[in-house]
Structure formats: C-alpha cells, structure tokens
Design a protein around this ligand. Structure first.
Ligand code: FAD
Length: 254
C-alpha cells in the first residue's frame, strides 16, 4: 500500500552516510511488512538494500547470514549436506503462510527484527544458539545471543538507529539434528504454536514460540511458569496444550 505520510526516502551505501536518527525514522528492508499496513508515525524510511549485506559466508568458525539476505536464498542456497540443521531454517521459511512473492523479497533481518510472536526464523536461531551482530550509526557493533534479542511481540532490544547487521551460527551447531513443528487453525493462518528442538551428542535444546510473545529456550519440560498468549484466537490453556503436543511430536521426530 502507499504510505502517503512518508516525507523522505534514503538509500545509503554505508551506515556512516546516515546523518542522524530521529523519531519517525525506520529501516526498510524487503518492505513486505512495512508496506502492508498504514504507518502513521513514520516520516523517513532508510533503505538497507544498498548496504550490500545479503551474504551467506563462513568466517572463522561461524556461518554468517547477512541481514538483507532474502528468505528465498535460504531455500535455494547449495548448503553442505552435513549441515543437517539447515533443515530447520528451510522448514521455517517454507512454513511461512506468505506467498512466494513475499518470500522472494522479505529478508532474514526483516523477519527477525519485525519480531512478531509468530516469527518463524527466530526460534530456529535460538535453538541453534545463534548470535546477532548489531551496529549503530557510527558502525560500532556488539553481539547478543538470539535468545536475548526479542523481548515480546514486535519488541526487541534494538535502540533507535541500531540495525541488525548479520547472524552468526557456530559451524559445529549446523551438524545438529533439528526438528520444526508448527500448528495453526487453518494451514494459512498465523501459527498458534511453534516448537523447535535440536540436539547433538551432549545437548538437547527445545524452543517454544508463537504461543508465547517471544521465543523461549526451555530450561525444563515444565511449562507452568511460561507466559502463554491469551487472545481471541486461542486461550492460554489451549496454546499450552498445543505446545505440549508439539514438544512430544518434535522430540519423537528428532
Ligand atoms: C500479512 C502478513 C502476515 C505475516 N505473517 C507472518 C508469519 O506468520 N510469520 C512470520 O515469520 N512472518 C510473517 N510475516 C512477515 C513476513 O514474512 C516478512 O518476514 C516480514 O515482512 C519482514 O521482512 P521484510 O524484509 O520485508 O521487512 P520490512 O517490512 O522491510 O521491515 C520489517 C520491520 O523490521 C525492521 N527492520 C528490517 N530490517 C532490519 C534490520 N536489518 N535491522 C533492524 N530493523 C530492521 C523494519 O524497520 C520494520 O520495522 C507476515 C507479513 C505480513 C504482511
């Protein structure tokens, strides 16, 4: 949809080209969400496409996925067969109820930073113990564990002007077994519950999402203290029971 209140469109080649950051400024990546609904508070969009951050590469002991990597690249990239955990990333992208057109344009960074409770990539990143690299406008950076990035539905730790630059996944974790489970009322509806389990010889990790406001890495199988969403789509009790079923299913499939 048109966003008639946008006054300025910037397309910087580097982050240092951005003169300042003020209220009403926002990053634009694929734009699939940004242009899907009215954005009355946004005055300036800063397009990330010219930053050249869509790489998939290996640096030291990490797989690096650039923030502007389109989702479709996750499905089409010639991954090494021994990287069994890539199946989790592919399942997350494939499970998107969005059309192929959206998957072609939407980005990994956009999906993670939009931080929907139903966000599909974030629980896989948490299960694989990924790290996010965040930049500020001067190009200074810091890293944060994926499990600590999203605070709630559409809420992250990002401060104004900060941007997700890339995702780092330890190469050893790419050899973990992984399983992605999702349930919704109808196949094309947003998920009511997502569960991702991952394991290697020593560790087993279980992440719940969509039934809670942000992905949660479980410390135990006890769900009593989890804050399940209670809304018009489903009660908290219903989401808890669905989550239990998906956890069982996911472990059985691992
Ligand atoms: C109707 C609808 C239903 C959807 N349902 C689901 C769903 O069920 N599950 C799901 O996972 N996704 C869902 N999505 C989201 C969609 O799949 C895309 O992943 C999403 O739109 C983000 O991709 P984008 O690159 O187009 O981001 P944009 O639309 O460009 O940006 C989204 C948000 O992220 C911010 N942002 C973008 N890139 C960065 C960055 N690098 N650093 C910091 N902030 C950044 C933007 O400022 C904006 O706030 C849905 C979208 C729509 C429109």
């Amino acid at each position: 949809m048109d966003l008639p209140n946008i006054e300025t469109y910037l397309q910087p080649n580097t982050i240092q080209d951005i003169p300042k950051w003020e209220k009403g400024w926002t990053w634009l990546s694929g734009g699939t969400w940004l242009f899907s609904e009215p954005q009355p508070d946004i005055k300036v969009v800063v397009d990330t496409q010219n930053l050249g951050w869509s790489e998939i590469t290996i640096q030291e002991n990490y797989l690096i996925i650039g923030a502007t990597c389109p989702l479709i690249k996750i499905l089409e990239y010639p991954w090494l067969p021994e990287w069994t955990a890539i199946a989790g990333l592919k399942a997350a992208v494939s499970s998107l109820t969005a059309s192929l057109k959206i998957i072609n344009i939407a980005t990994v960074g956009g999906n993670i930073c939009l931080a929907l409770s139903v966000g599909t990539l974030a629980p896989v990143m948490v299960a694989l113990d990924a790290t996010y690299e965040i930049w500020d406008l001067t190009g200074k950076s810091y890293q944060i564990a994926a499990k600590d990035f999203q605070l709630g539905h559409k809420t992250t730790i990002l401060k104004p002007g900060e941007i997700l630059r890339k995702i780092l996944i330890p190469l050893t974790n790419l050899q973990w077994k992984i399983n992605y489970q999702r349930l919704s009322i109808a196949a094309n509806d947003p998920a009511l519950a997502i569960v991702v389990t991952a394991k290697n010889q020593e560790n087993i990790r279980c992440v719940i999402a969509a039934s809670v406001p942000a992905p949660r890495l479980l410390a135990s199988e006890d769900l009593a203290t989890e804050n399940f969403i209670n809304d018009s789509k489903a009660s908290a009790d219903y989401r808890r029971e669905l989550t239990k079923i998906l956890i069982k299913r996911s472990f059985a499939n691992l």
